[in-house]
Each structure stands twice: as structure tokens, then as C-alpha cells.
Design a protein around this ligand. Structure first.
Ligand code: GAP
Length: 471
């Protein structure tokens, strides 16, 4: 099932050579801004601007549609970010949700061991070795100073609940949404009357105090996850469900436009597996900074429900009427990031081409993901009848989908602006429209233009959106 990684990971070129191209487009056009920028920013938190929030909402909607709406065996949940602190003890996060940290003895900067030059690609066993820094002669990458031996650094954010800041009131911001689904297993199963196998899907914020966040929105301290926990009968059914979910999750990215050759599967080595996992395979994407995890598919065995049953005293079993048995379900988890997915779609959609001696930048986003589906543009904004017709067309479209009007430049520039933000279709109203009741519809990717009667234009756009969704 698992692909063999290419011998040279660079043999697939990234969609964009420099990450900066995407960072600056995101800022310039209002996709993503540094958080609290007027105060100098805060590391590893990013804000989504007017176009970014549309893109990310569309990604989340597309995920929800394929995981919940289009299926009969998965239901949704929205659990709290704050949970009983015992949840995180039981789940193993208090004890072992940590990364290896080293500290420079001279400037006291801290680094994640496996991200130091010379330590990339170390096995999980090596990363636990207290003598590893000395053995490899690792030095501080900033000032060349000596580094401490690695120690484990817990990634959970702590805060206090209630008016007293004392140990007894410590709680955590959740580092994953999954635990909300486990502790609600019984509530969901009994209220929805689902039979095994069935899943619980959640989208929501998670928080990790990452030692070395970076690469724009790839690794943040506040981010959003799209996770689904699929509860199945033990062992054989879990293994089979895993083999079904893995290609399905890869295919989801392809369905929404990610270039298949820039996706691959990578299985975790036994010493790399998270404390809960029996098997884990990452769907990886070829980012401008290398092959990196986009989503994880995990066979978690009965770890979660067994542990929560034991610790809470509440039996999280399922009564199988077919066999008259009580079973603790196993879990196959698909764990994706909404930010990482939106970032991937953005990068993979980026196109630059020469058109009549000029560079045309476009985002070939899947129409379902594009922030605006359609822009309505006047050829002559000085003619009030043209502007009035534009607004009438746009208002009709807005009843169904995201449409925008723009008259702040000449038509060529207006097209380029829409191309750069990924708007799949532009509708242009010209002088002839006033006589023939027809408008020009321009396609972002082919730049083909066709003349369409005004009365059919909303239907045409909606039909094209439907057709793109069905592909
Ligand atoms: N419940 C299992 C779990 O949380 P994970 O591999 O740690 O698994 C799942 O996280 C996904 O969440 C990742 O594949 C990634 O897309 C996203 N993610 C994790 N940490 C992130 C971070 N610091 N910034 C942005 N996205 C992150």
C-alpha cells in the first residue's frame, strides 16, 4: 500500500520554487497576514484576511462535505477546546506529547533537535539518545556555541481555569481535536444510534507550543485540524479500514486539484510511531521546503477507548447485537490540518506564464475552493447603464455564491487581478450588452471568452460550479 519514496526527494519539483512567492502574494492580496503585525508580530500565529478566510472556509466545507454530508456512516461533533485535565493525562499527552529540545549554552536559544543542521533524518531512537549532541558534534546554528544534551519539551499550552491561579486549576488548550471524539463516544453513538463501523468528524482549533514553528502556516502554535475517528470492530476490521482510508484521503487532495506527483505516502518506522499508534502513514506533499506531512492516517487500536474507560470508570464499549458481544472499538483516525491543506492548495495552484510579453500570475484553484467564484466587470465604468447591469448581475449571483464587482482599473488589469486570486470566471458587461442583452464570460485557465445571454448567466456559473464539484 505504501509508496516507496523516490531516491532523490528533489526529483519532483515543487509548484513554487520560493516560499516567499506565496508569502508575499498572500499578504498583498489579503489571504494571510502576520498576527498582531502593528506590534511587531507574534511568532507562529497567522491571521486569515478577506480572501484567506474564504479559502480556508471552502477547504473546511469541502472536507465536511466529503466526510459527513456525502456519507451515512460519519457524524459531526464540535467539542470544547478546554477539557477536563485528566483527559490529557489519560491520553498520554501529559506524559509524552513532547519534542526533543536543545539549548545553546552561550546565547540560550532553543532548537528542536531533529531540525538542527546535521541532525535531520535521525531515527526516533537516536533522538532519545542523551549523548547524541556530542556524538554528532552538533553546534548552535546561530553562533556555533555548544549545545546542551536534549531534553523532552511538552508541547501543550497550560492555563488556569477559574479565578485562582494554582496547580489545582491548571488546564490545557487541546493539542488535537481527537480526544473530544473519544470522550463523547457513548453520547454520539447512543444519540445517533450508529452501528459499527461509524465515524465522528470534527473541525476545530488546536494549540501546540512548537519549539520551532515556521515555514509560514505550515507549523503554527494555533491552528485548525480536520480530524475523523472511525470506530470499528477490533483488529481485522481496523486493518481493512486503514487500507481503505489511506488512498481515500490521498484522493481527496487530488480531487481538489493537488498534482498527484507532488503527493506521496510515507509509513512511520516502528520507533517513530506516536504512543497511541499501531500503524501510521503520512500523506506527504512536496512543499517548497521539501516533502512534509500533510495528513496522518493512524490505526490507534483500542488505546483511546480502553484508556478513557479505565480512567473515567465509564465503560466505553459497544454492544454488537449481531454477535451478542461487548467490544471496545478500535479507531482508525484521519488527521488533517485545515491550514496545511489550504496552504497546499494555494501553493499547488500557483501558475506563472508569459502572455503577450507579460507575466501572467494565476491561481488555478478548484472552483469549490476559490474565494470568489465570479467577478462582474464593466468595460466602461463611465456608462451608468453598464454599471447598473453589472450590479444587477452580481446581486443575482450573490444570492447563490461569492461574487464581486470591480471597476477600479482597465479591463486587462481587472482580469489579471482576478486571475491572481483564483476567480474561475469573469463576466464583462460592454456597450453591446445594452443592445443584445448578452455578456462575455471569460475562463481563468483557458482565457477563452464566450458570449452568453444575461438571463442565463447565473445558471451557467452555478452549473459550472456543480460540474467542477462532480469531477
Ligand atoms: N490526532 C492526531 C494528530 O493530531 P498530528 O499528525 O499530530 O496527529 C494532524 O496532526 C495534522 O494536524 C497534521 O498532519 C497537520 O496537518 C496538522 N498540524 C499538526 N500540527 C500542526 C501545526 N503546528 N501547525 C499546523 N498544522 C498542524
Amino acid at each position: 500500500m505504501t509508496d516507496t519514496p523516490p531516491a532523490d526527494p528533489d526529483d519532483v519539483a515543487p509548484a513554487v520554487a520560493e516560499l516567499d512567492t506565496i508569502v508575499s502574494l498572500s499578504k498583498r492580496r489579503g489571504f494571510i497576514f502576520p498576527s498582531s503585525e502593528i506590534y511587531g508580530g507574534i511568532n507562529a500565529v497567522w491571521d486569515y484576511g478577506p480572501l484567506g478566510v474564504e479559502l480556508k472556509n471552502n477547504v473546511k466545507r469541502a472536507w465536511w462535505r466529503s466526510m459527513v454530508q456525502e456519507r451515512d456512516d460519519i457524524v459531526g461533533l464540535d467539542a470544547g477546546i478546554l477539557m477536563h485535565p485528566q483527559v490529557w493525562v489519560t491520553s498520554g499527552h501529559v506524559g509524552s506529547f513532547s519534542d526533543p529540545l536543545v539549548e545553546c549554552q552561550t546565547d540560550h536559544r532553543r532548537f528542536r533537535l531533529d531540525e538542527l543542521p546535521g541532525a535531520e533524518g535521525l531515527s526516533a531512537t537516536d533522538l532519545q539518545d542523551p549523548g547524541i549532541v556530542e556524538r554528532l558534534g552538533l553546534k548552535c546554528p546561530v553562533d556555533g556555541g555548544p549545545l546542551s544534551a536534549p531534553r523532552r519539551f511538552n508541547l501543550m499550552f497550560k492555563t488556569f481555569m477559574g479565578p485562582v491561579e494554582e496547580d489545582a486549576s491548571v488546564i490545557y488548550l487541546r493539542p488535537e481535536t481527537a480526544q473530544g471524539s473519544y470522550v463523547n463516544f457513548k453520547n454520539v453513538q447512543q444519540s445517533s444510534r450508529k452501528k459499527l463501523p461509524f465515524g465522528i468528524a470534527q473541525i476545530g482549533k488546536s494549540f501546540r507550543n512548537e519549539i520551532s514553528p515556521g515555514n509560514f502556516v505550515f507549523r503554527m502554535r494555533e491552528f485548525e485540524q480536520m480530524e475523523m475517528q472511525y470506530f470499528v470492530r477490533p483488529e481485522a476490521e481496523a486493518a481493512a479500514a486503514f487500507e481503505d482510508w489511506l488512498p481515500a484521503r490521498r484522493a481527496w487532495y487530488e480531487r481538489f486539484g493537488v498534482t498527484p506527483s507532488r503527493l506521496r505516502l510515507r509509513e512511520h518506522a516502528p520507533d517513530e510511531l506516536a504512543h497511541y499508534a499501531k500503524k501510521a502513514v503520512d500523506v506527504e506533499y512536496r512543499f517548497p521546503f521539501g516533502w512534509k506531512e500533510l495528513e496522518g492516517v493512524h490505526n490507534r487500536g483500542d488505546f483511546d477507548l480502553s484508556r478513557h474507560s479505565e480512567a473515567s470508570g465509564e465503560t466505553l464499549e459497544y454492544f454488537d447485537q449481531a454477535t451478542n458481544e461487548h467490544v471496545i472499538p478500535w479507531v482508525v483516525e484521519t488527521a488533517a490540518g485545515a491550514d496545511r491543506a489550504a496552504f497546499t492548495f494555494l501553493i499547488d495552484a500557483y501558475r506563472e506564464e508569459e502572455v503577450r510579453g507579460e507575466t501572467r500570475v494565476s491561481l488555478a484553484l478548484h472552483p469549490d475552493l476559490a474565494p470568489y467564484k465570479v467577478a462582474v466587470l464593466p468595460l466602461l465604468k463611465k456608462r451608468p447603464e453598464i454599471v447598473t447591469l453589472c450590479h444587477a448581475i452580481k446581486t443575482d449571483l450573490q444570492r447563490h455564491t461569492m461574487a464581486v464587482y470591480d471597476d477600479t482599473a482597465a479591463i486587462g488589469k481587472l482580469y489579471r487581478r482576478q486571475d491572481e486570486i483564483g476567480t474561475p470566471w469573469c463576466i464583462t458587461v460592454d456597450v453591446d450588452s445594452l443592445d443584445d442583452d448578452a455578456v462575455t464570460v471569460r475562463d481563468r485557465d483557458t482565457m477563452n471568452q464566450e458570449r452568453i445571454p444575461v438571463e442565463g448567466v447565473t445558471r451557467l456559473i452555478l452549473d459550472r460550479l456543480d460540474a467542477a464539484r462532480a469531477r
